[in-house]
Design a binder for this molecule. Structure first.
Ligand SMILES: *Cc1c(COP(=O)(O)O)cnc(C)c1O
Length: 354
């Protein structure tokens, strides 16, 4: 069995580990930053009216109905929008398209744990830059030679938001490489750096329908940038798989983005809950960054995060925990409904006072 020759030609990678998706419907799921509210009712209408016979046909490879809706919503031209199967697909395409230099791509040491996985799978050199003590990014770390830059804003899993001015400073210092800002959580109170794409042709802004638009299961992400960037991404995409996004998803995504009222209502509710959660967590002895996302990254003053994590899990409350340096005493707690958060507080009270 050992020493199969073909195995020496295998592209070996250590895969990304997604948060758990338990089969048990009674679990309170605060571990993958999903939105606790359903998608816009307009999405439900599309599903109800969908003609199954349409599945015979390949979908529109350009996802025009969705691209047009996103372009309209953000006041851009359709040629400035790239859509993909979740922003994971979009960012992976962007790595493949833009990070072809031999210089290292830069990202923070504490960040979305998919970036190093994509760099590895595509054999892209990379270098991580340590966050400051307070988990903020030092812009000076991103001014040396590099083959590209990527970070989320707000950052994950810390929830820390950086200013548009700071992003402007980093993009300005890097005219020779593509800078990708992953705005997966920007709709929860942050200011998007999107206006900067008119100023810089090398800035790509990536967003997703998975968090603020309640559609993690549909898999829709998109990138916005200069037409040239978008064209290069589409060239790569069409060289791998033209039909990435299915027809039904394109229709549902377009309806979701048009329903701005619902979007504003649900994101506002999550922000209100988040601020309430901050007050209560503080009373319970937690410290945390001032999150501008739909999760809170919190450490307890006297009890180890790993212990709280397992005790919550026993009570069927799932949060996210990483046994990694620097962050091993933190829990990432997604913001659920008010009822779900109240159940969390009851459980935490029990666990901490046990
Ligand atoms: C959730 C998340 C994504 C990916 O989301 P998709 O579901 O693939 O759209 C990308 N970046 C960050 C930082 C995330 O937290």
């Amino acid at each position: 069995m050992s020493n199969n020759k073909w195995e020496s030609f295998v592209r070996r990678v250590e895969p990304y580990i997604p948060g758990e998706q338990p089969g048990d419907a009674n679990v309170i799921k605060l571990n993958t930053n999903e939105n606790p509210y359903p998608p816009s009712p307009a999405v439900k209408r599309i599903l109800d009216d969908f003609d199954c016979g349409r599945m015979r046909l390949y979908p529109d490879p350009n996802s025009e109905v969705l691209v047009d809706a996103v372009a309209e919503y953000y006041g851009l031209k359709p040629s400035q929008i790239f859509v993909g199967v979740g922003s994971d697909d979009v960012i992976s395409m962007a790595f493949l398209t833009f990070f072809g230099s031999h210089k290292p791509v830069l990202f923070p040491n504490i960040t979305y744990s998919f970036y190093d996985v994509w760099a590895e799978v595509y054999s892209i050199p990379y270098q991580t830059k340590p966050l400051r003590e307070d988990f903020t990014i030092d812009p000076d770390d991103y001014k040396g030679e590099n083959g590209g830059i990527i970070f989320p804003n707000p950052n994950a899993p810390t929830g820390v938001l950086e200013s548009v001015d700071m992003i402007d400073e980093i993009v300005r210092a890097n005219p020779d490489s593509v800078v990708i800002i992953d705005e997966a959580y920007i709709d929860f109170g942050g200011e998007s750096c999107l206006p900067l794409i008119e100023k810089y042709d090398n800035l790509l802004v990536v967003q997703t329908f998975s968090k603020s638009r309640s559609m993690a299961g549909m898999r829709i992400g998109f990138a916005m940038g200069n037409e040239k960037l978008i064209k290069y991404m589409n060239d790569v995409k069409f060289s791998i798989n033209s039909y990435t996004m299915n027809h039904l998803t394109q229709l549902c995504g377009a309806e979701a983005v048009k329903d701005d009222t619902y979007f504003r209502e649900t994101t506002a509710k999550i922000i209100t809950t988040r601020e309430r959660v901050k007050l209560r967590l503080r009373e319970l002895g937690f410290t945390f960054t001032d999150s501008k996302s739909n999760f809170i990254f919190a450490a307890h003053s006297s009890m180890a995060a790993s212990e709280i994590f397992s005790k919550l899990k026993k009570r069927k409350i799932y949060v996210r925990y990483w046994n990694k340096p620097i962050i091993c005493n933190y829990l990432r707690i997604s913001i659920g409904t008010d009822e779900e958060m109240d159940r969390l507080f009851e459980a935490l009270e029990d666990i901490i006072n046990e």
